[in-house]
Write a protein that binds this ligand. Structure first.
Ligand SMILES: COc1ccc([C@@H]2N[C@@H](C)[C@@H](O)[C@H]2O)cc1
Length: 450
């Protein structure tokens, strides 16, 4: 353990109500929307082969041309209520919404720059419309904010000269002003999702960022900030120089999911995921592998089974409408969630040995276990290995509680659930009502002496 002034200020999970609620969300929606949705991944008939929201960094479109897109931003089909309904239909419990992406264009009328929605034909406050619409749907809002700001003249990638440092001091003030502005304008938001914090210029601001994080938490008690916001004084990010998680949850699972429970080190975490392989902003041409509803349901169950939240990204078009492929996925996921949401919301890592057929989740604060089944083996027997001293009192299908199973005990803490042959087109959930064995070890088998 080394002494750190600006490392993590907490070891272990937060236990307050705001974080308990965040921990139980299970499924969230990400929305990436901004000027990049206008070109939609192409310019003058040429395709940009990176992520659409990074098109400004491509030499296929002059920077000044991109930067002037605010004068063409007039999303006549934008309807935050419709977005919120889609999220509700999907079963999302929270939304993470881009207030400002790397291009620096603000979707709220910030007082600290002209590069905002106010100086566009649209004029109105989009962040406010989204916050209000999602609040009304009972879906919590987290605001995405990119520290890196390609539009701001004082942004620097590194601080090499005195002039760089003078400019960056102005940039730090600007960044703080915008963050305090967001938390003041939109007091109901539950957290901030930071991005664009990897460059040396920001990584060198351990003290400033630490102070700013403390100020934001004081302004909004309960505010949830992930591990990506700030580095410690040794430049360590996500985990400080003592290996302790920065912020309230691990924010490193971007387009990837932990392989096993050990990889999450007992922390809270979220996984943010694109539908195509790597497109956050709207890209008219979705190439490569486009994830299906079943794949996304499996990713949701997988994340929840390891104590995380799964946050699925939507990239609305330049006119503000959501593309049909995303509406279809939201509906498919939502139809499944309507039947099986009990296995996802307010659930956590069950502590059962992972099996090939799928994932265990556990209802927080109870002994209720859910088996989210994706792969029924040819034997139609689902193997269960319980933690020691566990009794399975009842087992039944969540979707039809009349379908009851009697677990066959096959050895110490091991059981088979025998399924009737079923054609299986969708994942399904089996509920295990369990109890801790008062005495003995909960199984009739003694371990073989070897
Ligand atoms: C240099 O690699 C990246 C990859 C993705 C990002 C941004 N994070 C995602 C949440 C999107 O906002 C993407 O643009 C930034 C830098």
């Amino acid at each position: 353990q080394i002494t750190l002034l600006h490392g993590s200020h907490r070891v272990g999970k937060r236990s307050d109500a705001a974080m308990e609620k965040w921990r139980g969300y299970g499924l969230g929606q990400f929305i990436h929307w901004g000027l990049y949705a206008i070109p939609g991944g192409a310019w003058n008939g040429k395709q940009y082969n990176g992520a659409a929201e990074w098109i400004r960094s491509w030499n296929g479109i002059p920077k000044s041309t991109y930067d002037s897109l605010n004068y063409s931003f007039n999303p006549t089909a934008f309807d935050a209520k419709a977005w919120a309904k889609t999220a509700r239909q999907m079963g999302a419990k929270y939304v993470t919404f881009t207030t400002k992406h790397h291009d620096g264009f603000c979707l709220w009328p910030s007082k600290y720059t002209k590069y905002t929605v106010k100086n566009s034909p649209y004029k109105k406050d989009i962040v406010k419309a989204v916050v209000d619409a999602y609040d009304q749907e009972g879906i919590d809002v987290i605001l995405y904010f990119s520290v890196m700001d390609w539009n701001h003249p004082d942004w620097r990638y590194d601080l090499k000269t005195k002039e760089d440092s003078i400019a960056f001091e102005r940039f730090k003030k600007f960044t703080r002003n915008q963050l305090i502005e967001l938390l003041t304008n939109y007091p109901t938001v539950k957290g901030l999702w930071f991005d664009g914090t990897w460059d040396k210029s920001w990584v060198k601001q351990a003290a400033f960022a630490d102070e700013l994080e403390t100020e934001m938490r004081k302004l909004r008690p309960g505010l949830i900030i992930g591990s990506r916001f700030r580095a410690d004084e040794n430049g360590k990010r996500h985990f400080d120089s003592n290996g302790v998680l920065m912020g309230d949850y691990e924010q490193g699972w971007e387009r990837k999911i932990p392989a096993k429970i050990e990889d999450v080190h007992g922390n809270d975490w979220d996984c943010v995921m694109t539908v195509p392989e790597n497109q956050w902003g709207y890209n008219a041409a979705w190439n490569g592998h486009i994830k299906t509803g079943n794949e996304l349901i499996e990713m949701t169950a997988r994340c929840v089974s390891m104590g995380g939240n799964f946050v699925l990204n939507f990239g609305p078009k330049g006119d503000g409408s959501i593309r049909q492929e995303e509406i279809k996925l939201a509906t498919e996921i939502g139809d499944w969630m309507k039947i099986n949401q009990e296995a996802i919301y307010n659930c956590e890592y069950a502590g059962y040995e992972k099996q090939d057929w799928g994932y265990f989740t556990k209802k927080s604060g109870t002994d209720k276990i859910y088996m989210v089944v994706f792969n029924v083996p040819v034997s139609a027997a689902l193997r269960i290995k319980t933690p020691p001293k566990t009794i399975i009192k009842k087992a039944y299908l969540l979707a039809d509680t009349q379908e009851v199973f009697s677990p066959e005990e096959i050895s110490g803490d091991e059981y088979f659930l025998h399924l009737k042959k079923r054609e299986q087109s969708k994942p399904f959930v089996i509920v295990l009502e369990t109890a801790k064995a008062e005495k003995g070890n909960g199984t009739k088998y003694e371990k073989a002496k070897i």
